[in-house]
Write a protein that binds this ligand. Sequence first.
Ligand code: FRU
Length: 497
Amino acid sequence: MTSQVLREARKYEEAAEKSIPGEERPIFHLASRAGWMNDPNGFCYYKGQYHLFYQYYPYEPKWGPMHWGHAVSGDLLHWNYLPAALAPDEAYDRDGCFSGSAAALADGRMLLMYTGVVKEHQDDGSYQEVQTQCVAVGDGVDFEKYKGNPALDEKSLPEGSSRFDFRDPKIWKNADGTYSCVVGNRPADGSGQILLYHSEDGFQWKFGGVLAANGNRFGKMWECPDFFELDGTWVLLTSPQDMLPEGLEYHNGNGTLCLLGDYDEASGVFNEKHNQAIDYGIDFYAPQTTLTPDGRRVMVGWMQNWDTCNMHYPKGPWLGQMSLPRELSVKGGRLYQNPVRELERMRRNKAGYENVPVTGLLELEQVKGRSIDMEIRIRPGSPQEMYQKFEVRLAQDHQYHTSIIFQPKESILKIDRKFSGSRRAIIHQRRSLVHDKGGELKLRIILDRFSMEVFVNDGEQALSATIYTKQEAEGIQFLAEGDVNMDVVKYDLCAFE
Ligand code: FRU
């Protein structure tokens, strides 16, 4: 039975979607159908299509009582909206259906696992959100919440763990047909930990141990975990709150963290070996992955930043878009990410240039556009002298531009969206250490109407940022201090009709 709250949301979003012209949305990034979007949820391949749900408040472009929005796609790039899947309409989730995930059940139904939130009055007069894990089952469009909800509550927590910070279950099916999930939680030390649970049927869950503990190293509470094996390594993704910067690896505030290591499934022990940020740009959080039918591990993140999303300019009818789905791999103890290969099918109008000398400012006749896939390789133009700086300016006209700047001496790549239409004193720049080889660097740049994503050296690093520059600013310029030699291949990215 669809509740009144869900019916209203579905009716509202259908009408609201019609009032948003297609040109005011990204071309191939999923944005909120109406109002507000944050984390990707329930990302899965089910009965021939990809399903991507998301944290959703349809009524305004700002965070509110969380629903689950829903979209499907055949290729991870062309998305169609489906009716909202979950609404806060039960006693155990009346203040929000927070983040979670999906899995197929043995009988073919889709299982959603999410965090139910209820505000609880405290003795000091304040309210705290009690968080439990809940499940719902359905046919991929309509879902029924389980009568036995919540499936996991404070009774399933280890000693000293907070029932107020216990959220974002990521479920997966094991080879023997049982299910496991990881959930973010806050232990007594005030930082974060990832808890592991197991279930025979997806409904009855048992505590399996603490999979990983922050010990106050990387920020505080760890949100939105994901855990999987890839290329012989176990990968734990999480999004820590309240981080302190560490060199150029981690930045202040909400960030992303990837732990790589070994995992002994029998004992449930994860042995961490390497850590790194997941995305080094400005707007990327709470990523979630799924497996494609051909065995690729694909990740989608919320392409926004909690510290700046309530100050966006200009104010539009929607806020929040997903990153490009990215294929993951692990090489040499590092997580690599590249745009899904399906993107190549959207390429049109190839323009290619080889061994172009860049000294000062350069524009190339056929290189411009706001929906593009561009690969650039640079190298020193003179054997005697290293260049000082190389810059690409995108979404450019006489007033605007968004820059990617490389300084070979320091091996620092900087993105700068200061001139991208923002009228707020928010973060506009971020720097990252990259691995150039004597001034040689490879960049793949994906632009959609409201975003830029940069993939460095075949996916060794990714940097994402939203931009709000008017669409007419579509110039691309190359600038060098010193002599650079460059190859460029650029395509327009066009949606299929
Ligand atoms: C992360 C997060 C999750 C939570 C959701 C609420 O961005 O804070 O931990 O489930 O957003 O919308």
